[in-house]
Design a protein around this ligand. Sequence first.
Ligand code: NAP
Ligand code: FE
Length: 369
Amino acid sequence: MKLNFNMPVKVVMGSNCIKENSNLFRSFGKKAMLVTGRSSAKRNGAQKDVTDALEAQGIEYLIFDHVMSNPTVSCVYEGAALAKENLVDFIIAIGGGSPMDAGKAIALLAAQDIPKENLFSGQYGNAVLPMILIPTTAGTGSEVTPYSILTNDSQQTKTSISSPFLFPAVAFLDARYTEALSKETTVNTAIDALSHAIEGMLSVKATVMTNALAVHSMEQIADCFPNLESGDFPIEIREKLLYGSMLAGMVIAHTGTTAVHPMGYSLTYFHDIDHGRANGLLLGEYIEFVAANKPELASTIMKSLHLDSVTEWKNILDRLLGDKETITMEQAECYAEKASKSKNIANCLVKPEYEDLLRMFVKSFDLQK
Ligand code: NAP
Ligand code: FE
């Protein structure tokens, strides 16, 4: 058996975990920069819990609350300039995947001078500001991954910056912050987490440990299927979703994602479809493709989701996603072409060719071929 498992993030989960562990902030320095989206961190109580904890520890802070969904390169350079100008010692990112990913890129850019044209090169040193991440959606798992995913206009897609130095030092998971999430964002982000667990199992880098985490993650989220359909989310369900999403993050931290993510990036880039929803629109046909080539893998995944068949899986996704967006055949060809060139394809246990990717788009969107 071969294993190479590294999870350097201290994960602290539970109601009130920031207040109860505010001493953890002390070891990171005297000045912090909070990185958040426009408003949710202020409304869901996470920002106040952090600033109370920092004040209790006598740590100064400033707030960069300009992060948009699918953060841009200019946004992270703006945040990094502010961090440098104010000589901050560490970054605290609060929010969904967008502020968490922006926080990671800012932590890197505040510690090193990386020209914009080299940002996606993977060529940088090891200096990075320490990071504390606080997820307020239950989907991306970014709090335990070494990835920062940014909008890459030069390639008309989203591109990941990946480095072991991008692992945060601490992740605080308090499901109370996710209570105000709309049904739509809860569903989309839960599907993103499922996509991570599923794609992780379908990666050439999967190991017995990542598979164990993926199965556990899928079981947690599958327990929530009735709630995702009804829109009723008691706190125990919010906790399960947040826990399942974190587990799936640990999976992709080791395995990376496979074909669904690069296909979905075009739907987000060109049609502004939420990241999790974009994955969900393609996940039914992807499992169908896997089932046709490696039925035993597809059936392990269905079993972990407490389902008997791929058809049942597709029906759940259809109910959760509702009316689908439309794309044209020309767009499907362009997106299949882009996905076929993505480095994630080499990561697939069952490798789709261009024709397979095109067929998945065609069937997912019911296009006439
Ligand atoms: P998001 O873009 O971070 O947030 C979506 C929306 O939800 C925003 O309007 C945000 O408002 C709002 N929101 C966040 N928390 C909320 C709360 N507790 N209550 C109410 N509203 C809340 O969405 P996301 O799906 O979490 O993240 C998607 C991003 O993560 C994508 O860029 C994707 O590529 C990336 N991603 C990263 C990884 C990784 O490993 N790094 C993995 C998967 C996906 P505000 O703007 O006001 O905060
Ligand atoms: Fe994702």
